[in-house]
Design a protein around this ligand. Structure first.
Ligand SMILES: Cc1cc2nc3c(=O)[nH]c(=O)nc-3n(C[C@H](O)[C@H](O)[C@H](O)COP(=O)(O)O)c2cc1C
Length: 185
């Protein structure tokens, strides 16, 4: 039984979840870059996870290219974002990322966190720019700030850490229950 957990992570949260899942399932774990030459037909189960950036799951497009037409085993996908888990959030992520996915897939959302210190210099610059523009707007024309602008400011002004291995339970249980069954979920 070959189970592989693949992740794409900018600040370490998806990597941490991928490692917890791999440990629980005694699976291989690797980052998306190193999965470039993988033969997915040898995998019974692929689990992929990536961070959420502007509602997009980081690395999903690349994973889709890598999987291409390769016949493999089953596929589970998890997204890691800073927003709290909930039906609305999950529904939006599926709608934006998996609507036209070519094969059945199990989807999970885990809350990670946000730590500006871990961002790349380029990403820090982007966020500083957005904060500057919104900050000016807040000072001069607070009435023009939308609800999303306010959430954005609040979000990027604080450090949040919500990673918790308890969140992987449903995914791990599902894989353990279905290991060895080749039918689609
Ligand atoms: C520019 C930017 C955009 C983001 N957009 C979202 C978002 O739309 N929804 C969300 O829940 N989290 C969002 N986040 C937070 C990340 O998803 C969160 O920090 C996640 O834990 C990162 O995972 P990673 O370190 O594995 O990449 C955003 C973070 C940044 C820096």
């Amino acid at each position: 039984m070959r189970i592989v957990v693949i992740y794409q992570s900018k600040t370490g949260y998806s990597k941490e979840y991928a490692e917890w899942i791999a440990e629980a399932l005694k699976a291989e774990v690797r980052d998306l870059k190193s999965a470039k030459k993988m033969d997915f037909s040898t995998c019974d189960w692929v689990i992929f996870g990536g961070g959420v950036y502007a509602s997009r799951i980081n690395g999903l497009k690349r994973l889709r290219e890598l999987l291409g037409g390769q016949e493999g085993g089953r596929l589970s996908i998890f997204a890691v974002g800073a927003s709290p888990p909930g039906q609305r959030n999950t529904g939006q992520l599926i709608e934006k990322n998996l609507k036209d996915w070519p094969r059945p897939v199990e989807f999970y959302y885990f809350q990670g966190g946000f730590d500006p210190e871990k961002l790349s210099p380029g990403m820090k610059l982007v966020i500083a720019g957005v904060k500057r523009v919104l900050g000016r707007k807040l000072k001069k024309h607070p009435e023009t700030l939308t609800e999303d602008d306010r959430l954005f400011l609040e979000f990027f002004n604080s450090v949040h850490h919500h990673s918790d291995p308890g969140q992987i339970k449903d995914l791990v249980d599902f894989v353990e229950t279905h290991i060895g069954q080749k039918d689609t979920p």
